[in-house]
Ligand binder design. Sequence first.
Ligand code: ANZ
Length: 975
Amino acid sequence: MSKHLLETHIQIQPLPPRSHAFLFPTQLQTLQSRKSFTTKKSSFCVSLCNKKKNSFFFGHVSVVRSSVTRGVNEVEEDKQLVVKKAYPFLEIEPKWQRYWEENRTFRTPDEIDTSKPKFYVLDMFPYPSGAGLHVGHPLGYTATDILARFKRMQGYNVLHPMGWDAFGLPAEQYAIQTGTHPNITTFRNINRFRSQLKSLGFSYDWDREFSTIEPEYYKWTQWIFLQLLKRGLAYQAEVPVNWCPALGTVLANEEVIDGVSERGGHPVIRKPMRQWMLKITAYADRLLEDLDDLDWPESVKDMQRNWIGRSEGAEMEFYVLDSDGQERNIKITVFTTRPDTIFGATYLVVAPEHTLLPSLVSMAQSKYVEEYIDLASRKSDLERTELQKEKTGVFSGCYARNPANGEAIPIWVADYVLGSYGTGAIMAVPAHDTRDYEFALKYDIPIRWVVTPEDKSLTDSRSAFPGQGLIINSSNSMLGLDINGLSSKEAASKVIEWADKTGNGKKKVNYKLRDWLFARQRYWGEPIPVIFLDETGETIQLPETELPLTLPELDDFTPTGTGEPPLSKAVSWVKTMDPSSGKPATRETSTMPQWAGSCWYYLRYMDPSNSKELVDKEKERYWSPVDVYVGGAEHAVLHLLYSRFWHKVLYDIGVVSTKEPFQCVINQGIILGEVQYMAFRGSDGNFISADSADMLGEANQERIPEEKVVKSGDSFVLKDNPKIRLVARAHKMSKSRGNVVNPDDVVSEYGADSLRLYEMFMGPLRDSKTWNTSGIEGVHRFLGRTWRLIAGSPSPDGTFRDGTVAIDEEPTLEQLRSLHKCIAKVTEEIEGTRFNTGISAMMEFINAAYKWDKHPRSIFEAFVLLLSPYAPHMAEELWLRLGHSTSLAYEPFPKADPAYLKDSTIVLPVQINGKTRGTIQVEEACTEEDAFKLALKDEKLSKYLAGKSIKKRIYVPGKVLNVILDRENIKVGAR
Ligand code: ANZ
C-alpha cells in the first residue's frame, strides 16, 4: 500500500459569521476570543466549524510555524494549517466500495442453497426527490445494513435490495414549471440517490434494483389491477371527491389538510366525479384480525385498528310520523353501538346531507334547514366532529316513533352527525352520550337516564354517563320489551334479538374504513389498463397480453383544469380499438395513485427480471415474508394498509404463500436539527430569563452560540450570567431554517463509517434525536483510536503506516475476557436492534485495549469482525492488514465463549487455623501468593495475620485460603 498523506488545507481567513475555531488539546480555546495563541507543540487538534454552512474540519494539525501570535482574522497571510484525518478514510472508503462493486460481494444469487435459513431485510424504498438524500435516510438504512451484514456473517442467505418509488406529483409539477420531462428528472434524481447510497457503503444487492416507472415493473402493477377488477374488487363509482382547482386534480383524503391541499396549500372542494375505487372494505376484518400476530410497534397496530375502525352494534328502524302522529311510509335507519340505551333515545338526528331529509322537513322549517345545510357543506368532517366545538342544529319540523316505547320524538338536523358514517342518522341518547347531552341542554330536549353505574357514587345528573351499567326505566309491556335490571351487555343482546323478531332492526358491524379512491387526474403514474367502447361506453379490461400499457410521451403536462386528466391530450394514444372486437374505443386517462407501485415492490425484489410472472412461486415461498421492514412512522397507516390489502388478494389468488407481507416493522425516529439556544430580551433591551418571557414573540428572541451556554440542573443558562435561563429547541431539519445537514458533507469531512456509526450512536433507533456535530467527532475519534491500535499511529510526518501493529501472540485471560464480553454484548444488541449500546460496548473494549502492552492478532481479528457491520470500510481495510486477502463480508460472526463471560472476581473465604475469619475479593484465577497478600492487606484479617509466623497455607483456588499459624502465635494471640 502506498504511503499517502491525507491533508486538507484550511483557509480560515476571513472567518465567516457564526464560525468558530477551537484548538485542543490543553483545553478548549476559541481562537476568536483569544487574540494570540502560542504553543511549543508542533501539532495539535483544530476543529473549525461554520455552523451556517454546516462544514467541519477536524483532525491533527501541524502548524507550519510553531507559534500563532495573532488572532484568527490575521492568520491567513502567513500560515496554512494542514489537517490530517484521524485515519485515511478518504482512501479506504472509495477503495472498498469499488471492491464490493467489482466483486459483486453482496449479490444474492438467483439460485441459492435453500437449505440455509433466509433473512429478508428491507428499507421502505425512497421517492428520489430533487433534494437528494438527507441525514434522516441513512438512519434506517444503516440499521438494516447492520442487520444484513450481521446475518450474512451468521450464515443466512440475505436479501437486502434497494429501488425507487418513482411515480408521483413532484416530478410532474417540475415538468409543468420547466418543461423537463418527468422521465429525465426522475432518472437524474435516481442517479444521484444511488451514488449517495453507494458512498455510504450499504450492502445492497444492486443487481436487483428497479424503479416503479419501468414498464417491466408496472406491467405487473397493471396485472394486479386486472386481477382486482376480475374479482369485483375494483369498480367505478360517482363519488364526491376532493377536487383541487389549482392543482387540477382530485386528492385523497390524506392529501387534504384543513380544507387545503397538503402540497401547495390550495383550497379543496367536494365535487362528485366518476372514479376508480378499490374495495379494501371487503378485507376489513382480515386486515384487523391478522394484525394480532405481527411483530409491529403497538402504536402502528393501533393506528391501523383505528383507521379500520370496527364498531359492533345494531341498525334500528324509526318510523317517521305525519302531523297527526300516524306512521308514514318512511323510516329512518340509525346505527348505534348502544342498543341497550334505546329507551333513552329522546330525539333523532339526521346528517345535513342525508338523502331522506327533503322528504322530512316541514314547510315551516324548510328555510332554516336549507340555510343550515349550506353552512354545514362548507365545513370539513374534522371540524364538524370536533368534540370541543359547540353543537349546532335545526329542528326538521317532523317526528319519528321510538320503536321500543312508542314515543314520538323530534327529528333534528345537526352537523355533528356525518353523512358518510353508519347510516348518516342516529338515535340521540342525551343521558349517555356527551355530544347528545350538550345538544339536548342547548335545545331543551328531555334527558332520560336509562343506565345506572354499578358504582352509585358515579351517578351525576350534571353530565352524561357514557359507561356501561345496569339498565333502568326501560320496559314497555305493550311492545314486548323489558330490559330493566340487565347489564348493558345483556340488554344490548336482548334488544337486538327483539328488534330482529319484530322487524325493528338487526345486528350490524360498521367500519370507518372506506373504499380506496384509486385514480388520479395526473400524467406521471401507471396507466389504468381499461378501455371504454365508443359505441356503448362499456368498460373493457385489456387482455393481459396487452400489458404493459405504456405511458405515452407527452410534451404538455399541464392539467386540463376541467378534471379531464392530462393524458386526454395524448389523442393518438387515447383513441384505440378493442383488441378482441376491433371496435373503436377510448382509453382510461386517469392514472393510478402513487401508492400503487409501492404496494407490492417487496415481492419483485425476490425475482426482479421475471417476464412471465410477477414472482416465481418457489422464490416467493423461500423469501416470504419480509423479516424486517424499516421505515418512517408516516407510513404507519396507508402504505402498510394498502400493501397488506394487495398482499391478501394475491394470497387469495395463489400468487403469494403468506397471509402477511411484513413480519416485523420498525419505525426509525426522526433526526431533528442541532439544538438551538434562544435568549429573550425585555423591553429595555436586556436579557431576561426564559421563565418570564413566555409571552414574547420571535422578534425578541436571539440565538446564543453553544459556547456561551452552560447547563444548570435541567436547564440551560448564559455562561456569563447564569440567572438568564435559555430555551433549548430542536427543529425538524428544513431548508427554511437552514438547519439541514447534508450527508455528502459529513462523508467528505469524517467518512461514511463515522456517519453510519454516529447515526447509530445518537440514541435508540426508534427514538427521535437531535443532530449534534460534536457527537460525530466523538465517534470519529473512536474510529481513529481503533485504527491506531491495530494499524499503528501515523509517522511523525503525518503519513499513515502500512500493515498492522498486531502480533502473533497468545492472548491473556484478561484480553480474552474483554473480547468475549464485547462479542456477547454486540451480538445481543444487534439482535435486539439496540445498535447504540452495541457501539458503547465496542468503545469500552477499545478503551480497555489501550491499556494493553501487547496486541494479539487473534483478539483484533475478532474485534474487526464485530465492528464490520457498523463501519464496514475500516473493518475491511483492517482485516486485510491483519493478513487476509478476501472480504470479511461472509466470515463467521464471532461467538462469545461463556467461559470468558463469568464475572472474573469471586469472594474467597479466608480461614485462620480452619476457622473462617473473613473474605477477600480475588480474581478467580488468582495465585496463592496473591490471595495471601490480599488477606494481609484486609483490615479484619490482618489482625490475625500481621507479624505472625505461618506454619503452612492451604489454598483451594476459587474455594478457600486456609492459613495455619505456628502454635507459638496462638499462645501470643490468646494472651
Ligand atoms: C346511541 C348511543 C347511545 C350512542 C350512547 C353512543 C352512546 P363508533 O364507536 O364511532 O362507531 N353515530 C352513529 N353514526 C354516526 C354518524 N354518522 N355521525 C356521528 N355519530 C354517529 O360510534 C357509534 C356511535 O356514534 C353510535 O352509537 C351513534 O351514537 C353515533 F349512550 O347511538 B350511538
